[in-house]
Design a protein around this ligand. Structure first.
Ligand SMILES: C[S@@+](CC[C@H](N)C(=O)[O-])C[C@H]1O[C@@H](n2cnc3c(N)ncnc32)[C@H](O)[C@@H]1O
Length: 155
């Protein structure tokens, strides 16, 4: 049952619409000491943009074909294959990440909003990152309509 002492996540969720916004977050959210995980890295185009801003970045994808190509293109970056919904496989790669980037096909539409939130919650509780940056227009719209209610001060 919910109560005041219940565990609360401190992870910030940053929702970006489209790849341009997704990449624009790097400068603001990634720091030089960060260990970063990218989920859904495809050929590593964003992974390689994150790399100069952090201590280490690991690019991951469900497709072994795209990971092979990412490794060929960017041999100085670590790339691994796993399904994002298999969080135990993710935990074999590392037990803590400061920032997690997620750009997975199928997560942008409204119909996948609950899957998106479940995925964010799973990664936030497992790795306790400072922030998860996700490319999801649906989540961005949803977040823009959320208000953390606070009572107005009496004047
Ligand atoms: C739009 S592409 C990623 C583009 C890349 N982030 C970039 O900035 O260039 C989406 C990727 O999500 C991957 N993907 C889809 N479902 C996945 C899953 N369940 N786990 C991990 N990756 C997944 C796909 O294989 C695909 O490479």
């Amino acid at each position: 049952m919910a109560n005041e002492r219940q565990f609360r996540l401190k992870t910030k969720f940053v929702a970006a619409r489209g790849v341009r916004e997704y990449r624009a977050t790097i400068e603001q959210w990634v720091g030089p000491e960060d260990l970063v995980l990218e989920i859904g890295c495809e050929w590593g185009t964003t992974t390689v943009l994150i790399a100069p801003h952090c201590k280490e970045v690991i690019g991951t994808d469900i497709s072994s074909e795209v990971i092979e190509r990412a490794r060929e293109r960017h041999p100085h970056i670590r790339f691994e294959v796993f399904d994002a919904f298999d969080v135990r496989a993710a935990a074999e790669i590392g037990d803590h990440f400061d920032k997690i980037y997620i750009d997975m096909s199928g997560l942008s539409g409204y119909r996948s909003l609950l899957d998106t939130i479940a995925l964010l919650n799973m990664y936030a509780t497992t790795f306790r990152p400072e922030a998860i940056i996700i490319k999801s227009g649906a989540l961005k719209d949803f977040a823009a309509n959320c208000i953390a209610w606070r009572p107005q001060r009496e004047t």
